[in-house]
Design a protein around this ligand. Structure first.
Ligand code: KIV
Ligand code: NA
Length: 265
């Protein structure tokens, strides 16, 4: 395999080739995702919800993110691996942000980090970039600040917030980020942002006129079934499939159908 790098992604935008990205948090799933040809894998702090069952992304720790990231790194041959800096690991000051990013790079072997926010965290991002660590930005709906907003509804519907978002995107490009995730904003605004910068814009709930798409793996596989935002397309219905298989196993054990003659020593 030829490895996907941050430069590959920037070139893909220049060539008009769309970028596919999915989350992964463990070895087995990451191996499948990479083998299926996804360009970039996000070890998202959505692991807090998906893997640990928390209501928000806030509780997951830097150590836990490093555990998830190192499991993914061991599985992946081709995709670029991006790791979320979790809540509380970069907001205090730029030095803390750099220390956290260095821990992720050294202890997991991942290729880049992602931080939520615009100008509030500009100095932290610059510090990480100065150390040679590629940074992906994340604007629009930023789940780590959920308690500031109180809801997970569409962001930047008002002119003022939309303009601030465009300014933040331009700033992130200027200081050297290699891409930006745009979460849950109007499609027309996302299109405008993608046209305003030359680095790739990866959307989730940001419409089709961006440079790539990202989804949470367990959601798009239909393993989760209580979360139904409009932007989520389910490619499989594994919740039902897995329930059927596991129920059958339970039944087979009870009825002594399993194990049979050929399944014993
Ligand atoms: O943590 C995550 O899964 C994310 C994506 C939704 C972009 O940040
Ligand atoms: Na995230």
């Amino acid at each position: 395999y030829k490895r996907v790098t941050v430069k590959t992604l920037v070139d893909m935008k220049a060539n008009g080739e769309k970028i596919s990205m999915l989350t992964a948090y463990d070895y087995t799933m990451a191996k499948i995702v990479d083998g299926a040809g996804v360009d970039a894998i996000l070890v998202g702090d959505s692991a807090s919800n998906v893997m640990a069952g928390h209501e928000t992304t806030l509780p997951i720790t830097l150590d836990q993110m490093i555990y998830h990231a190192s499991s993914v790194v061991r599985a992946v041959y081709r995709a670029l691996i991006v790791v979320d800096l979790p809540f509380g690991s970069y907001q205090s000051d730029p030095k803390e942000a750099l220390r956290s990013a260095i821990r992720i790079m050294k202890e997991s072997g991942a290729h880049s980090v992602k931080l939520e926010g615009g100008k509030e965290i500009k100095e932290s991002i610059k510090r990480i970039l100065n150390a040679g660590i590629p940074v992906m930005g994340h604007l629009g709906l930023t789940p780590q600040s959920i308690y500031k907003f109180g809801t997970y509804t569409v962001r930047a519907k008002q002119e003022e917030e939309a303009e601030r978002l465009i300014e933040d995107a331009k700033m992130l490009e200027r200081i050297g980020c290699f891409a930006i995730v745009l979460e849950k904003i109007p499609a027309a605004l996302a299109k405008k942002v993608a046209e305003s910068v030359s680095i790739p814009i990866i959307g989730i709930g940001a419409g089709p006129d961006v440079d790539g798409q990202v989804l949470v793996l367990h959601d798009m596989l239909g393993m989760t079934h209580e979360f139904n935002p409009r932007f989520l397309r389910r490619y499989l219905h594994l919740y039902e499939e897995m329930t059927t298989g596991i129920s059958k196993y339970v039944e087979d054990v009870k009825t002594q159908d399993f194990p049979n003659e050929s399944e014993k020593y």
